[in-house]
Design a protein around this ligand. Structure first.
Ligand code: GLN
Length: 202
C-alpha cells in the first residue's frame, strides 16, 4: 500500500513519519507520475492558498481533484482540511480548493498565529486516552452536508461547538495536526479504518 504525502509546501516529513510508524509505504509526491502511482493521499498542514497555487503551477490541480473525487482515500490536516472543503469562508480572493467534502470551513477561525493552542479532544472511533490536538492558525468547520460525519468538535470562546474532525466516505479532515505530537492514532484511523475498508484500495 503506497500512500503519498503531497509535497508542495507544509509539514510533509512529519506526515511521512506518522504514516511510516503505522507500517505503510509513505512517500512525498509532487509529480503526475508519482500521484498516478499512489493508492491514497495525505495533504499536509501548511498554507492552503500556497499549496493550491503550487498545484496549479505544477499542473497537478485537476489530477489531484479528480482522483479525490473518484474515490482515492485522502486525509487533510489543517491547510489540508481547507483544500478538501467544497466551500471556504475567509478565503483570499480567487482561492481554489480540490474539494470533495460537502462542508463549509472557515480559515483562520481561531484567530491569528499567536492564538494557536493545544487541547485534549475526544475523537469518535479512537478510544482513550484523549488526543492532544495542536491548532495552528487552524480552520473550523461551519456546516456539513448530510453525508459528512463529525468525528470531533470543540467549543469556541463563547461556548459554541465547532467540528474539528470530519469524515465523508473515503475522505478525512482535521483542523489540527496529529503529525506533530508523535501520537499516530489519527493516521492509523485513516490507514486502518478508511483506506483498508474500501474495496477499491489496492
Ligand atoms: N491558516 C492556514 C491556511 O489558511 C492553515 C494553517 C495550518 O495548516 N497550520 O491555509
Amino acid at each position: 500500500m503506497k500512500i503519498g504525502v503531497l509535497s508542495l509546501q507544509g509539514d510533509v516529513r512529519e506526515h511521512i513519519k506518522s504514516l511510516s510508524d503505522c507500517g505503510v509505504d509513505a512517500q512525498a509526491v509532487n509529480t503526475k507520475k508519482q500521484i498516478d502511482a499512489i493508492s491514497a493521499l495525505v495533504i499536509p498542514g501548511g498554507e492552503s492558498t500556497t499549496i493550491a497555487k503550487l498545484a496549479r503551477s505544477f499542473d497537478l490541480f485537476a489530477l489531484i481533484s479528480d482522483r479525490i473525487k473518484s474515490g482515492m482515500p485522502t486525509y487533510g490536516s489543517c491547510a489540508g482540511m481547507i483544500l478538501l472543503s467544497d466551500v471556504v469562508n475567509d478565503a483570499i480572493e480567487g482561492q481554489e480548493t480540490f474539494g470533495g467534502i460537502d462542508m463549509v470551513v472557515r480559515r483562520n477561525a481561531f484567530g491569528r498565529q499567536v492564538d494557536s493552542f493545544e487541547t485534549d479532544i475526544k475523537f469518535k472511533g479512537i478510544t482513550e486516552p484523549a488526543i492532544r490536538a495542536v491548532f495552528i492558525r487552524a480552520p473550523w468547520v461551519e456546516s456539513v452536508g448530510a453525508n459528512v460525519e463529525v468525528l470531533s468538535e470543540i467549543s469556541d470562546a463563547s461556548g459554541v461547538k465547532h467540528p474539528v474532525a470530519v469524515r465523508s466516505g473515503h475522505l478525512l479532515a482535521t483542523s489540527f495536526h496529529p503529525e506533530l505530537t508523535g501520537d499516530n492514532r489519527v493516521h492509523k484511523y485513516f490507514v486502518e479504518v478508511i483506506c483498508r475498508e474500501l474495496a477499491s484500495f489496492k
